[in-house]
Design a protein around this ligand. Structure first.
Ligand code: DAH
Length: 343
């Protein structure tokens, strides 16, 4: 038995040394290493030996089998890879995989979401194709009111509501309609921001785009007042533009808030001294805001006698333009890799 094993071992090693082609490999594999090959036959015949002998030869046979298999694998790799048994040369430089990354507006959106979640706000979303009612009427902009002229959009008529009445659908002009949806769904008290894509029917140029991003914020509860709005906008400004940022609020008409105002922050590029970006004023107009109009609270199913609220709307696209010094808004939707790869 021992001799038979030794002879077989020598024979196989010799054959392995002579392997020159894949055909040789196949032949040897079949003859010696396959299930019915000679090595397995020897292993099989061990069971006929006495216990003592079986123990002794078992060890030896297993060891020999392992040695032969290793030698064969090495020869196989050498033939298949033609590299002397080395399967992989880890010192070779790899192929550089190109990775994509987030769009600049998404980067800013995530920063803003982190900031507001840390202040206890939920992040919610609403439909981009919105009913005329939510986009305008419920926000205190009734049909035929001149305030409708402030935001022209793309009208898509024809859907039917639950009562089978024709619904006028519009591409939403702002994220404000989601205020109504949020109030109806969650009631008061409520703290949420709504980032999202908006649309306007405008001639495009370096400062105007038909598709852009905003984020809306609202806070509804008992005794929400103007001081809450001011301090919140101050915190947000400092977080986005740096700790020395100052806020000033100037009255402005927005139909869905009363009083309504424009929040301006000291220009983060010149620290308020005056530069090209802030048109030498030292201030950047960033946010529309105010205390939610009682009609809007009512449209949201909230009793204005019991609750009050604040709301604000930032231009996410505008924030991205300022932060990255982008001077043409159209670049964001252009899909131009030369532009996108800079972020
Ligand atoms: N929806 C306004 C716009 O798109 C921005 C805005 C102004 C949102 C005042 C508000 C607000 O919530 O209170 O121009």
């Amino acid at each position: 038995m021992k001799n038979r094993l030794q002879t077989l071992k020598n024979e196989i090693l010799e054959k392995i040394n002579e392997i020159k082609s894949e055909a040789d490999l196949k032949e040897i594999e079949l003859k010696y290493f396959s299930r019915k090959g000679e090595i397995n036959q020897i292993m099989h015949s061990l069971k006929d030996l006495d216990l003592e002998l079986r123990k002794e030869f078992g060890v030896l046979a297993n060891q020999t089998k392992k040695e032969l298999e290793e030698a064969f694998t090495k020869a196989k790799n050498s033939i298949l890879n033609n590299n002397d048994g080395e399967i992989l040369d880890v010192t070779l430089p790899g192929v550089n995989m190109k990775r994509g990354h987030l769009h600049p507006i998404t980067i800013i959106q995530k920063e803003v979401e982190d900031l507001f979640s840390s202040l206890g706000f939920s992040i919610i979303s609403g439909p981009e194709l919105e009913s005329d009612y939510f986009n305008f009427t419920a926000l205190n902009i009734p049909p035929f009111h001149p305030a409708r002229d402030m935001q022209d959009t793309f009208y898509v008529t024809s859907a039917k509501d639950d009562n089978q009445e024709e619904l006028d659908l519009v591409m939403r002009t702002h994220t404000s309609p989601v205020q109504i949806r949020a109030m109806r769904k969650f009631g008061a008290p409520l703290k949420a921001i709504i980032p999202g894509r908006c649309f306007r029917n405008e001639a495009t140029d370096a400062r105007h785009e038909h598709t852009f991003y905003q984020f809306e914020g609202l806070m509804v509860g008992e005794d929400i007042n103007f001081a809450n709005l001011k301090s919140l906008l101050e915190i947000v400004g400092k977080k986005i533009f740096g700790p020395n940022t100052k806020l000033r609020m100037r009255p402005k008409f927005y139909p869905f808030v009363e009083p309504g105002n424009n929040g301006e922050y000291t220009c983060f590029l010149c620290s308020g001294k005056g530069c090209k970006v802030c048109k030498q004023t030292g201030w950047l107009e960033i946010v529309g805001a105010g205390l939610i109009h009682p009609n809007v609270l009512r449209a949201g199913g909230i009793d204005p006698e019991k609750y009050s609220g604040l709301a604000f709307g930032f231009g996410l696209t505008r924030l991205a333009m300022l932060k990255y010094g982008v001077n043409d808004v159209r670049l964001f939707n252009s899909g131009d890799l030369k532009f996108l790869q800079q972020f």
